[in-house]
Design a protein. Sequence first.
Length: 136
Amino acid sequence: MSSRLIDTPILRDYLRGDVRARGALRLVDHRSLSVVSWLALMAECPRTLLEDTKAFLRSFERLSVSEAIADEALRQVLRHPELTQDRALVWASAIVNQLPLLTCDLRGLPAGNPMILVAYSRCRGRAGPARESGSR
């Protein structure tokens, strides 16, 4: 059984209807997400899709930010200054919970870490709605 913490960009792509994200999630048996990802996705979600998006995200185990995760996030930010605070909290959630991080965006993350799994390469500058209807 594969367990993964799913990074925000993959979830965002999935909600936009990206087939690569859909395929990546299909391969994971136990899916977790950070409360940081949950908040980011819900905050940018169109109001008409709030309930559908909440229902989709309920299929993931939502990991809260504990003191251990906050401490680890700080360690990561100090080691990798290019790592944003929100990305550091997601990465720290993976570390503390001993879950591989499934991502498509390596910005700021430590290179060559075996606990960081790249599902696909994300195109830079890609824009679009938070989620198109019928994408699930």
